[in-house]
Write a protein that binds this ligand. Structure first.
Ligand SMILES: [Zn+2]
Length: 316
């Protein structure tokens, strides 16, 4: 039994990105701890909001429901305010996560790691998958906490598999659903293409059998209707293909993408002593979403027919 700590930026990010891994781990008997960085106050106002009900309060309840759905043993709120998208006035409001001191936030997270004697910490890639300032901060805080923890945990970074997402976009277009699946080659909030090229990913976790659990977790966040409705209204087979795969980097670990459970009993490799931020100023390798046939499709390795191996939706 392992203890896995997942750091997320906003209430709902857990449902769209790592929900399958969390549910799988809980079902295996691992202890799953969910740490939420912000209150999500910059999200949508619920269509059925009642007078006096704040966005943060609604999203707090939604997150707790999602955590129960996934079998999370403990939820911890770091207590920062949602910073909004790049350029929003909330970016630099008092208490915004974007302006947090990574060492101070990292200390809060390290306290959780110490309390749990965590074996692994799961954060985000260097640009938070698509550049949202709070997601980028998750990356920095992940590594700061790793340095501060009494026992250094193994660190995985969830990312969007850009190649898999491109295949999903093509498939959605072929089925007349172009609005359902954005092209990951389009710039994210930071101007970079979304996610990570498949060749730079280490772990592909097949959670297609948990697709309905993941959909249920997403539906817990119904107030965030724009994203949640788009995700959950995918046809069942396309939803399973898109959300039924979760991808992770593991800095310091080289090699081809492994389609397996990352937390099996084999000895864990050492976590590097620094994050990958040194590379953050380097443009991501160009990625033509229509020229990815030479890259191993994760789904194909498990027998999914070619052309049907699409992947995860972006977090929000
Ligand atoms: Zn988010």
């Amino acid at each position: 039994m392992a203890t896995l700590v997942f750091l997320h930026a906003h209430p709902d990010d857990e449902s769209s990105s790592t929900a399958g891994t969390m549910a799988r781990a809980a079902a295996r008997g691992d202890r799953v701890v969910l740490v939420v960085s912000t209150d999500g106050a910059c999200g949508e106002v619920a269509a059925d909001a009642v007078p006096g009900e704040s966005v943060a309060a609604r999203r707090h309840r939604e997150l707790e429901a999602s955590a129960r759905t996934l079998g999370v043993a403990r939820v911890v709120w770091l207590g920062y305010h949602d910073s909004g998208m790049t350029g929003w006035p909330q970016n630099h409001a008092p208490g915004s996560f974007m302006d947090a001191d990574p060492q101070e936030a990292g200390r809060r997270l390290a306290d959780v790691l110490d309390e749990e004697d965590a074996d692994a910490l799961i954060g985000y890639d260097w640009h938070g998958n698509y550049g949202h300032p709070d997601h980028v901060m998750v990356h920095h805080v992940t590594w700061a906490a790793t340095e501060l923890a009494a026992r250094r945990p193994r660190v995985l970074e969830v990312s969007i598999n850009r190649d898999h997402q491109a295949r999903a976009a093509r498939l959605a277009r072929s089925r007349g659903l172009p609005q359902k699946m954005p092209d990951p080659g389009n710039p994210g909030d930071d101007g970079n293409p979304i996610g990570t090229p498949e060749v730079d990913l280490r772990w592909a976790v097949d959670v297609r059998d948990l697709a309905e659990v993941k959909r249920a977790a997403l539906l817990c966040h119904a107030s965030q209707a724009s994203d949640i409705n788009a995700f959950t209204s995918l046809p069942d087979d396309l939803f399973a293909d898109v959300f039924g795969w979760e991808f992770y980097r593991e800095p310091g670990i080289d090699g081809l993408l492994q389609v397996t459970w990352p937390f099996d009993g084999a000895p864990w490799p050492g976590t590097p002593s620094r994050c990958t931020c040194a590379d953050a100023g380097r443009p991501l390798p160009g990625d033509d979403p229509d020229a990815t046939s030479d890259v191993l499709p994760a789904g194909r390795a498990s027998g999914t027919p070619a052309g049907r191996d699409v992947t995860p939706g972006e977090a929000s």
